[in-house]
Design a protein around this ligand. Structure first.
Ligand code: AHR
Length: 498
């Protein structure tokens, strides 16, 4: 049987585990907000309308950061509609997803929810139909202590202390022809520069994210980032990347190898940002905010024109299987291995819409298969990320050529070692790990997300069909750790070091 060999050496590291890599995304889309995180009258909702079952699952998942309120939604959104007395909030048309938006949930409800889930917000401003003024007004509402029009309005709404929101996205996917108020790279770069300047004058402590390309396959990938950053490099800290990996349309091997594409995208964006730095003679280095990523059968979605005007419609409620969980695990591994240059990542989205958490109105909430690799990685990745030296058998793919069947990352924190590993292959994969240079390892455990049926899913009727389980067989002999990874699986090997 073919096997894989890994070498871990504490001298070789990527960098610290950045907690913001375990981000998620709440967009006013479908049932992510309404009947997802917010459902007044639900048996598990408090007086604030927030579903406690979803809060508990979000905490269990280990979500550290949440991007809000969009997505495409933000490009036609007027944030003022979502603050103040609920009875006075207008109902509006959301042009992104043909939704009736009641505005019952807005910034203040979101920030209450953020406190409950104990996560950091990443707030997006509308640079589609709106501009500099509305963006700076929102920063004033959220972050200015008081004594001004917008900060006093926040205080009047019962929030005396500023929220202190640090990270802000300057619009969303402004390169996309589908985006309301989409722009050319020159138009957007200029606007991002001016919006950033004004927002920073209100609060100099902001960390700002410029919109990169909405995916790597769009014709302007690379040139978009270069032009945008030539305008706003000095004003921003991050450049965004988005990508969804489609199980439909390509071969199964292509899908299982999706992380190769994420890696190419990260490296392409970094190379472009560094090229602009060189041109500008800047020593500053940007990081990537990979603030939308997930598995999504996007080719099956008919686009917004296929939708009827509805409030909280059931759209894109993707059901995930074990193969999807393995791909999500490999994407998390890729993010960890690039944590020296990827500072933020948000899985899109959190509830119901392409989401790890599913809910029913008035009913239960449950974990999809992809919940598990996220929760396990967020829980066990801590300390420093090691640069793993790996050799593994390869598998043929149409899109990416020969790809290793193994994706892996490792973290080390004082006395704790965690190795994250995805077996993309259809056969069990023996792995041998050389732990040279590490203190003696003990208390080994091997947790896997796998199933004899890689199409197995969790459903409302059978919410625990796919769960992480501990498997036997992993062993430590001196500085040699051995284990066998089940076919198409996500795995965590944990050990204590003494
Ligand atoms: O997450 C769903 C949508 O995908 C977002 O609104 C948009 O930014 C992306 O195209």
């Amino acid at each position: 049987m073919e096997s894989a060999k890994l070498t871990l050496d504490p001298a070789f590291e990527v960098g610290p585990v950045e907690r913001r890599l375990f981000g998620s995304f709440v967009e006013h889309m479908g049932r992510c907000v309404y009947t997802g995180v917010f459902e007044p009258g639900h048996p598990r909702a408090g007086d604030d309308g927030l579903r406690r079952d979803v809060i508990e699952l979000t905490r269990e998942m280990g979500v550290t950061t949440v991007r809000y309120p969009g997505g495409n939604f933000v490009s036609n959104y007027e944030w003022e509609d979502g603050v103040g007395p609920a009875s006075e909030r207008p109902t509006r048309l959301d042009l992104a997803w043909r939704q009736i938006e009641t505005n019952a949930f807005g910034l203040d409800e979101f920030m209450t929810w953020m406190r409950e889930v104990d996560a950091e917000p990443v707030m997006a401003v509308n640079l589609g139909t709106r501009g500099i003024r509305e963006a700076r007004d929102l920063v004033e509402y959220a972050n200015f202590p008081g004594g001004t029009r917008w900060s006093d309005l926040r205080i009047k709404h019962g929030v005396p202390e500023p929220y202190g929101i640090r990270v802000w996205c300057l619009g969303n996917e402004m390169d996309g022809p589908w985006q309301i108020g989409g722009k050319t790279a020159d138009e957007y770069g200029r606007l991002a520069f001016e919006a950033a300047k004004a927002m920073r004058r209100v609060d100099p402590g902001l960390e700002l994210v410029a919109c990169g390309s909405s995916n790597m396959r769009i014709a302007t990938f690379g040139s978009w980032e270069a032009t945008v950053l030539e305008h706003c490099y000095d004003q921003v800290d991050y450049i965004s990347a988005h990508s969804y990996y489609d199980p439909v349309g390509g071969s199964r091997a292509d899908f299982l190898a999706s992380a190769v594409e994420m890696e190419q995208q990260i490296e392409g964006v970094i190379a472009t940002a560094d090229h602009v730095a060189a041109k500008l003679g800047s020593r500053k280095r940007l990081k990537v905010s990979f603030d939308e990523w997930n598995v999504w059968s996007q080719s099956l979605f008919g686009g917004e024109s296929s939708l009827d005007w509805e409030h909280a419609p059931r759209i894109i409620e993707e059901e995930y299987d074990v193969a999807g969980a393995a791909v999500v695990g490999s994407l998390l591994i890729t993010l960890l291995n690039h944590a020296d240059r990827v500072g933020i990542a948000c899985q899109a989205q959190l509830a119901n819409v392409i989401a790890p958490i599913r809910t029913e109105p008035g009913g239960p909430a449950w974990r999809q298969t992809i919940f598990h690799p996220f929760a396990l990685t967020a829980a066990h990745a801590c300390g420093r990320i090691l640069r793993v030296q790996a050799t593994a058998p390869v598998m043929p793919t149409e899109r990416y050529g020969e790809v290793p069947v193994l994706a892996t990352a490792a973290t080390l924190d004082d006395d704790r070692l965690a190795v994250f590993a995805v077996n993309r292959g259809d056969r069990p994969l023996p792995v041998e790990i050389d732990l040279r240079g590490l203190p003696q390892a003990s208390d080994l455990s091997h947790v896997t997300v796998a199933d004899d049926d890689t199409g197995a899913r969790n459903t409302e009727r059978d919410p625990h069909r796919v769960e992480p389980r501990i498997i036997d067989g992993a062993a430590i002999d001196g500085d040699r750790l051995t284990a066998v990874l089940p076919p198409v699986s996500f795995n965590v090997l944990k050990a204590r070091l003494s």
